[in-house]
Design a binder for this molecule. Structure first.
Ligand code: ZN
Length: 643
């Protein structure tokens, strides 16, 4: 589909023409979307920041200046230079050098102090040491995911650089087609929730947006094997864009690498890490349930190695004719509304991904402040006319009341929740209420994948709501480090002890009682009439969560108390069962409409996806009547021309 004629020589000539005479400049090299300028004397550039800005502006490229290997300090000297330059309060925890690529990675608890104002400090480090300096935040809570993802990306720098250079040549290739068009093909997620996968294609480029599974269904996967997909090979896709890490959007991305895809995945940094966590867990669960795993963990590793992370609001060239901008979607950590500027702005397309329009405790509300939007591929999960949510405030008051009453009568509060998102939202609501004295001070236990998911949230404060970010950066108070939070690490014995010890709050997976440590907690607590089981999320029909919510009074549970004995015990549900609705990662009908209504420019057309048949049908007619905008509820495998 694409030739890979490089434009390196051209670009080097262009740069030379922009530089003052006698500037020392060796070569220019594309690494993914970035253009790297190599020089023996980086000072000439860093002492003149306007020059870089001017080149970046004129070439419309993201530019980084790197020193060549000449004039490089020996490692021990460079280490001392770094330690002398960086203020002690930055708290450096690790410095590692990579000879192959001439880079030094500095891990610090306060990375901002290593970077300095407008990147001054970092440039100074590069100038003085002759090593390309990169900064990483030391995660405030231990997280094996962030550590191993960083290892995949930093350990084999040479391989990573080769991948980036190949992607760079691909992005900056000559356009071959004289045809200009923009089309979207739906490979899944239409008149259904799940298996999100869409192809955005132009005369030159094919981009896959999301590639997820369908929860509760094994054979309904995205229609990848059609001509618009990868029927003629995975290489026919130029780029993959991932809106967020939920499995109905991300589960099958590693599968592409099994099929031979070796191009880039664009997403935010936390989405990359959460994708790693969730897809590895997905493989583990499939193994436990005796299902065939669609791919291996090495494909997850390949996916991570091929990921190019983007910050919100960065405009990035991902193909000769497409620029991508991601903005906060307010749905889960790192979730992004993705905007595609096609054919030099002739066509503009937004994929909403999943959104929450209003701010939550964790995140700012979804950002729709794009300059131009002609077409929107819009989630419609709660698009029905009757889909009106309880307000966040009412939900929080009810939660606090239930917690207070249970603890006052000496019971435990058991909250089943998804590990990513809802759990952290609950943690923040509870933490705030406890600090302000609205609920009694009792220990809060985290079980299952929740502690790992929380550590990932704590590692990326810049993706959290303004108020929390400020608390962390300005007041140095990280709510996820609140001293009442405890991780369950001692298995059954600890669960037994915690249940017996009395008043506490337990947050545990799985969110719909389909397995995981919640089953063990039920074994300990279901019969206790003083305790409360509190649902804070949707319980799908057919799950144990839904059964209990609708009145089931007897449970048949595995008996963990007798190790190795495969017996079940009958446990009555005597604990009180409460449902607190209003906590949602999705906008309700009004929120969805508001997201479209408040765009800077009124879109010309909306495709309603990611909702069951009633939701997409009702929402598309709401859009037509209330906004006067053309709207459709497509089926899977339809193609729309958007230019
Ligand atoms: Zn989602």
């Amino acid at each position: 589909m694409s030739t890979t004629t490089t434009r390196n020589n051209d670009v080097e000539e262009q740069i030379k023409a922009l530089l003052p005479e006698n500037t020392d400049f060796e070569t220019a090299q594309y690494e993914g979307p970035e253009l790297i300028l190599y020089t023996d004397t980086p000072k000439q550039f860093t002492n003149n920041p306007d020059l870089i800005q001017e080149i970046a502006f004129k070439l419309k490229k993201r530019i980084t200046v790197r020193p060549t290997k000449h004039a490089q300090q020996p490692k021990s000297d460079a280490k001392t230079t770094i330690e002398n330059l960086v203020p002690e309060q930055a708290t450096i925890t690790n410095i590692s050098f990579h000879d192959e690529t001439n880079e030094v990675f500095i891990e610090a608890k306060r990375p901002g102090m290593v970077i300095g104002r407008h990147g001054d400090k970092l440039r100074e480090i590069t100038n003085e040491t002759g090593w390309n300096a990169e900064v990483l935040r030391t995660p405030p809570l231990e997280t094996s995911t962030v550590t191993s993802v960083r290892n995949f990306v930093t350990q084999d720098r040479q391989e990573r650089r080769e991948i980036l250079e190949r992607i760079g040549r691909q992005i900056h290739r000559q356009q071959t087609s004289s045809e200009e068009f923009t089309r979207v093909t739906t490979l899944g997620c239409c008149q259904e929730v799940g298996r999100a996968a869409f192809v955005l294609s132009t005369g030159d480029t094919r981009v896959l947006i999301d590639c997820g599974d369908k929860p509760g269904s094994e054979d309904e996967v995205p229609y990848l094997q059609v001509p618009e997909g990868i029927a003629s090979g995975a290489h026919s896709i130029d780029a993959v864009v991932l809106t967020h890490a939920h499995l109905d959007h991300s589960a099958l991305i590693p599968l592409l690498f099994k099929y031979g895809y070796d191009g880039p995945i664009y997403c935010t940094e936390p989405t990359r890490d959460l994708m790693g966590l969730l897809t590895l867990d997905y493989l583990q669960v499939a193994g436990k349930q005796g299902k065939t795993k669609p791919y291996k963990s090495e494909h997850v590793r390949e996916a991570i190695k091929h990921t190019i992370t983007l910050g919100y609001n960065e405009v990035t060239e991902i193909a000769p004719d497409i620029r991508l901008t991601m903005k906060n979607a307010g749905h889960i950590l790192g979730s992004a509304v993705s905007h595609f500027n096609v054919n030099s702005g002739d066509d503009t397309v937004v994929f909403s991904g999943d959104i929450h329009e209003e701010p939550t405790k964790l995140f700012n509300g979804a950002d729709n402040s794009f300059n131009a939007v002609e077409s929107v591929i819009m989630e419609s999960t709660y698009g029905k006319d009757t889909d009106i949510q309880t307000s966040q405030q009412d939900a929080e008051s009810k939660l606090k009341r239930v917690v207070r009453e249970t603890i006052q009568s000496d019971g435990n509060v058991l909250i089943p929740a998804f590990a990513v998102g809802r759990s952290q939202e609950m943690m923040l609501v509870i933490e705030e209420a406890m600090r302000s004295g609205e609920i009694p001070n009792v220990p809060i236990y985290l079980d299952g994948m929740i502690s790992e998911a929380t550590a990932i949230h704590a590692a990326y404060p810049e993706f959290l709501r303004d108020e929390i970010r400020e608390r962390i950066f300005q007041e140095g108070e990280n709510p996820f480090l609140y001293d009442q939070f405890n991780n369950i690490t001692g298995g059954e014995t600890e669960r037994q002890r915690v249940s017996d010890d009395g008043p506490c709050i337990i947050l545990t997976t799985s969110g719909m009682l389909t397995g995981g440590p919640i089953m063990s907690w039920l074994r300990h607590l279901a019969a206790d009439e003083k305790s409360t089981l509190m649902f804070v999320g949707y319980q799908a029909p057919g799950t144990l969560g839904n059964d209990i919510q609708t009145g089931r009074k007897q449970l048949e549970l595995e008996d963990w108390s007798q190790q190795g004995v495969n017996e079940t015990v009958n446990v009555p549900v005597n604990m009180s069962v409460k449902t607190v609705s209003g906590f949602s990662g999705h906008a309700d009908r009004d929120g969805l409409l508001q997201f479209l209504k408040t765009m800077r420019s009124k879109p010309e057309r909306v495709l309603c996806v990611h909702g069951d048949k009633d939701a997409v049908t009702e929402f598309s007619s709401s859009i037509q009547t209330e906004l006067g905008v053309q709207a459709h509820a497509p089926r899977n495998l339809e193609t729309f021309r958007l230019d």
